[in-house]
Design a protein around this ligand. Sequence first.
Ligand code: SF4
Ligand code: SF4
Length: 312
Amino acid sequence: MKITDMILTDFRTEVCPCIRPLADCEDLSQEEFDGYGNAYFAETDGFLCIFMPYVPHVVAEPRTAFVDSYYWTSQRIYRLKNELISFLKGASFENACYFEGSYKALVFSLGIGRFLRNTLIWIKPFGTFFCMEVIDLQGKGAAELPKTSFGVEDKGCADCGRCSRACLTGALKPDSFDAGRCVRQKQFEKASLDDPLNHLYGNKLLGCNDCQTACPMNAGVTAKATKPSPDYYRMFDLDEFALACCSPGFKSSEYAAVYGVNYAKPMKILGQLLVAMKNDDPSRHVEAVRRCRALGNPNANPILDEWLERFG
Ligand code: SF4
Ligand code: SF4
């Protein structure tokens, strides 16, 4: 039985409504798609690629932190990948395992992707707004893959320059990309009130879509961008989130479902929240920071004191 038939006939998942061949997804605008929809798969050269598109979050509310829907989606597709590996191992692919090689090389070998100036991969139905996972069906690793280089000649975009003009930090220039200035890269690091770029991060806790939303090749997807649910605003209210981070009973599992375990570290998040409060309007958050301080968390106190000294 072909792998496509096996998945369509026998695989069951609660992670998403259904998983379908990528070839069946000609035009996302034809689908009922709310940002948490179907997953898609494509097989190539002994690898199974899984794609999960999403609609980016637009958070215009003041005093709320921005956490992009990418992070929800990446948690969901990770769970889907593990379910699929278990299913495949139980079928005729007992060596199925994680793939550690270049996802970009696989997208190119499928012949469906373009490499954009903002360093992202674009796929016709999803633009750049999708998460991807890969399963190595034969357990051979990445050595079997053809080498692929990604030079200027591979660039498949219109070269309009809108992405670099939209990038506030100067990470993306017309002819280069400086990862050290990119907000998405900075979010992996410990936040600092002394970071000379931090006034440009706004309320971005996880994710920055400025270069992607400016890109005309994403027009079909960004037209659907919506505000997240009221639950989102409750969860990511700057003051409430900071208080949760300083509390002894911080529910890391609740946030890990969104953030992923690697990101749900309360002191790291607190540092980012304090930067976002400073960028919002510090006077609106002094009371909340004082309440955080009153909780007496020894790990949080130094950065809370520093913030209060400057803005309290
Ligand atoms: S993600 Fe944000 S900071 Fe990074 S290149 Fe794009 S616009 Fe610039
Ligand atoms: S905004 Fe323009 S230059 Fe940038 S990736 Fe999109 S098409 Fe290319």
